[in-house]
Structures are given as structure tokens and as C-alpha cells.
Design a protein around this ligand. Structure first.
Ligand SMILES: [Mg+2]
Length: 236
């Protein structure tokens, strides 16, 4: 319970994944809309986005900004954008460019003052430039991680590898979120959440069901992530 006259730290998260395409953007948007509903006035930050059909319309960054109900300039929400559907550092190298780390940190200074949700690119060891991977960005921003992982077979191994890498850098983990990324069920799903919670002594949320319809999918991610968002109205 929040004490009268003290303002608790604003909720802040870095959303990363065990793999690409596991639901990071969905999870980030769900967190941002929950934070906005709870009165935290959050911002979304997607500093590196590749696979942009149009450089003026990076889909993930725009989705984050909309979910946050923010009107921050896109240059701050998403300073580095690439057309090629490759790791950002590789997409940049193909263009003979090097994304400027200082530009990322300068944007962060403006975006990351209060409640914030940052979406990485792919998993922890995806290169952002010649000397920084996603895990270096998480460490620099000093945010707790929400690790999005597949719900089915293979997730015990992938999740353990990501958690080991985060622990080696002393990066705290707020939760693992399991997400079903295919309509077919697999028999491992029944035990994965409990096994991960037990083996790694952390909060495991989900699994979020596989839903094609975007509004129902958004609602399912919100329901799974709700335990991470303190409701200001309820705390009062
Ligand atoms: Mg994404």
C-alpha cells in the first residue's frame, strides 16, 4: 500500500524475448495501455527498428506510441530505423553506417524520465552496432526485464539461456511471459510455466493463448501482464 505523501517509483520495464517473433510488441503495447489506464502516463521507446516497410512509419514504434497515448516525436521514440528485416547492427553495416549510441542515449534522456516500456530488437545478443548488443542496452538503461518466451517445446532451454545471460550482468527480471505463437498446442505447454517458476524462482505469466483477432489478442496480453502494473486508483 502506497503511503500518503510519498510517490512510489514509476513502473518501468524493458521487454525482450528469447527469440524474434515471440510477441514483444504485443506485450509492450499491453503493458503501455495498462500503465496508461492506471494513470502512470507512460512512454514507449523502440530505439532500433528494422524491417520497416516505410522509414517514416516504423510499425512497432507507432504501435507503442499509440498504446501509450503519447504524442512524442517519432525521432525520440525510434531514432534508428532500417528497411532490411535484419538485426539492426547488420542492417546498418550493409548500408556502410554505424548507428550512433549517443543518439540512443540522448533520446532516452528525453523519453525515459517517468514510467516507460522499452522494446528491444530480437533477443539479448542481437547486435545494435559494432560494440553493443541488446543486452548492453538493457544494462545501460538499468531497467528490469520482462522476458517474452514461447509457450511450447524448447522454451525451458531458451528461457534458461536468456536468464543465465541476464543474471551474469546482474540485470533484474520482473517476469517471464509465455506466449503461444502458433495455433497448434504441444504437450509440453502444460508443465512449462510451473517448471520455469520453480527452477528459476521467478514470476511466470501466461501462457497467452494464440488469437488471430487483434483486439482479443491485445486483451489476452493485457490480462496476462496485469499483475505487473500497480493500479493507482486501487492503491489510493
Ligand atoms: Mg516487435
Amino acid at each position: 500500500m502506497a503511503r500518503r505523501g510519498t510517490s512510489p517509483l514509476p513502473p518501468r520495464f524493458f521487454v525482450t524475448g528469447t527469440d524474434t517473433g515471440v510477441g514483444k510488441t504485443q506485450a509492450s503495447c499491453a503493458l503501455l495501455s495498462l500503465l496508461a489506464d492506471a494513470g502512470h502516463a507512460p512512454q514507449g521507446f523502440k530505439p532500433y527498428e528494422s524491417g520497416c516497410a516505410s522509414l517514416n512509419a516504423p510499425a512497432d514504434a507507432l504501435a507503442l506510441r499509440e498504446a501509450a497515448r503519447s504524442d512524442l516525436p517519432l525521432e525520440l521514440v525510434c531514432p534508428h530505423r532500417f528497411r532490411a528485416p535484419l538485426a539492426p547492427g547488420i542492417a546498418a553495416r550493409r548500408l556502410g553506417r554505424e548507428p550512433d549510441w549517443r543518439v540512443t542515449l540522448a533520446a532516452w534522456e528525453r523519453v525515459g524520465r517517468g514510467s516507460v516500456v522499452v522494446e528491444g530488437a530480437g533477443g539479448l545478443f542481437v547486435p545494435l552496432d559494432a560494440s553493443h548488443d541488446v543486452i548492453d542496452l538493457i544494462a545501460a538503461l538499468e531497467l528490469p526485464v520482462v522476458l517474452v518466451a514461447r509457450a511450447g517445446l524448447g522454451t525451458l532451454n531458451h528461457t534458461a539461456l536468456s536468464l543465465a545471460a541476464l543474471a551474469a550482468r546482474n540485470i533484474p527480471v520482473a517476469a517471464v511471459l509465455l506466449s503461444r505463437s502458433a495455433p497448434t498446442r504441444d504437450p509440453s505447454e502444460r508443465d512449462n510455466a510451473a517448471l520455469l517458476a520453480e527452477r528459476h524462482a521467478l514470476q511466470v505469466l501466461g501462457p497467452v493463448p494464440y488469437l488471430v483477432e487483434s483486439r482479443r489478442r491485445h486483451a489476452a496480453f493485457r490480462a496476462a501482464l496485469a499483475p505487473l502494473v500497480p493500479d493507482r486508483a486501487r492503491a489510493r
